[in-house]
Design a protein around this ligand. Structure first.
Ligand SMILES: Nc1ncnc2c1ncn2[C@@H]1O[C@H](COP(=O)(O)OP(=O)(O)O)[C@@H](O)[C@H]1O
Ligand SMILES: [Mg+2]
Length: 355
């Protein structure tokens, strides 16, 4: 070890020992928003508790008719009129699309604004407005999650982030973007001095971030997640991806037992592929930044996101690590205490301390 990295290590160790983890007090009430490919989750501090709410990040369009509009209103299904169409969004859209055998559309794809969806912005705005109030007084801080850029997506990420900031500004909020993997660290690793690897596996992407004392050091974005699994399994069993999604979510996914049929076998294959790709990406990024010399003890890994809630996901991840060891020591691997809201909670924590 050279003198420089020895000094760095010492510094990190000293900071860790004096870091007042348990005495951090929130500076302000704040709102955190996780804009995921399939769900938008908002978290707010209410007194000492944190309240989380979510909406499906999806919509469908139907031809405008007064009668349909009245029906939607009576049934309290979120909608707005856009020209000669009615846009039905959020969880209500899923029910409606299923009844009408219509396609659900998505404002986002693979973690970012969906470039093929011209209605993306008005729908996102409606979804955000339904989950969080307008800021009063003007300029309250809202923090929102952004994925790490997958290779080749750097400019698209810039556009995504800037566009969301504009939307939040329109709602009266000053906003800060928080990396998604870091958000998992912030919500789950307070007892570890906000040091470790936070991973979020959602619908469109998997994000992984190594943070040292709350500072993100390595951020990895992998294309692929639940949506990719749905499409791949659907192709094998000749079903629509949306059907596979429902089968997964309603039946639950159990990766701990041997697959019993073609559906389960396909699920296992694509879950394994996803986890291996994620671990490979993380391993390469850690090796490329030479982080191991800055970490002198084992780091914990926390897994969050809807895709990580499959039974046995943690074990699958652990096995992938055995075949593909990371260039640093791992002290533990666990599932987040609340995998579906971990990112939003962490983002809210970041908003709490934003200046
Ligand atoms: N019980 C479940 N079992 C397996 N997969 C699930 C379950 N619940 C949700 N998912 C999957 O998790 C993904 C959504 O996770 P989420 O973290 O909300 O994603 P995002 O943040 O990308 O919107 C979807 O692919 C969904 O099908
Ligand atoms: Mg997510």
């Amino acid at each position: 070890m050279d003198a420089d990295s020895a000094r760095r290590q010492r510094t990190v160790t000293n900071e860790a020992e004096s870091y007042p983890t348990r005495r951090l007090l929130p500076l302000r009430d704040a709102v955190g928003l996780h804009a995921g490919t399939s769900r938008i989750v908002a978290a707010r501090r209410q007194g000492t508790a944190v309240e989380a709410a979510f909406e499906l990040n999806a919509f469908m369009a139907a031809p405008y008719a007064k009668l349909t509009e009245a029906l939607l209103g009576q049934n309290q299904i979120a909608h707005f009129r856009d020209g000669d169409e009615l846009i039905i969004y959020g969880s209500g859209a899923e029910r409606f699309a299923d009844m009408l055998h219509a396609d659900l559309r998505r404002p986002m794809a693979e973690g970012l604004l969906n470039p093929r969806e011209r209605r993306a912005l008005p729908v996102l705005q409606a979804l955000f407005t339904s989950l969080i109030p307008r800021s009063k007084p003007r300029g309250e801080i809202l923090a929102f999650s952004v994925p790490a850029a997958a290779p080749g997506r750097e400019t698209a990420l810039k556009h995504h982030e800037a566009t969301l900031k504009e939307l939040f500004q329109g709602m009266g909020y000053g906003s800060v973007a928080v990396n998604e993997g870091l958000a998992v660290v912030l919500s789950e690793l307070e007892d570890d001095n906000l040091t470790g690897i936070g991973i979020s596996c959602g619908a469109g992407m998997c994000n992984a971030t190594l943070a040292l004392l709350s500072i993100p050091v390595v951020m990895v974005g992998i294309l692929g997640g639940g949506d990719h699994i749905d499409a791949a399994v659907g192709a094998v069993i000749n079903e629509h991806a949306s059907r596979v999604k429902l089968m997964k979510e309603e039946g639950g996914v159990d990766l701990t037992r041997p697959p019993g049929d073609t559906f389960e076998r396909a699920l296992r294959i694509y879950y394994e592929e996803l986890v291996n790709t994620l671990v490979d990406g993380l391993r390469r990024a850690l090796a490329a930044t030479g982080t191991s010399s800055r970490v002198d003890r084992g780091v914990p890994i926390v897994l969050a996101g809807g895709t990580a809630t499959a039974r046995g996901f943690r074990d699958l991840f652990e096995r992938a690590l055995e075949d593909r060891p990371l260039p640093l020591q791992v002290s533990s691997i666990r599932l987040a205490s609340e995998p579906l809201t971990a990112t939003a909670r962490g983002v809210m924590a970041a908003a709490t301390y934003a200046g």
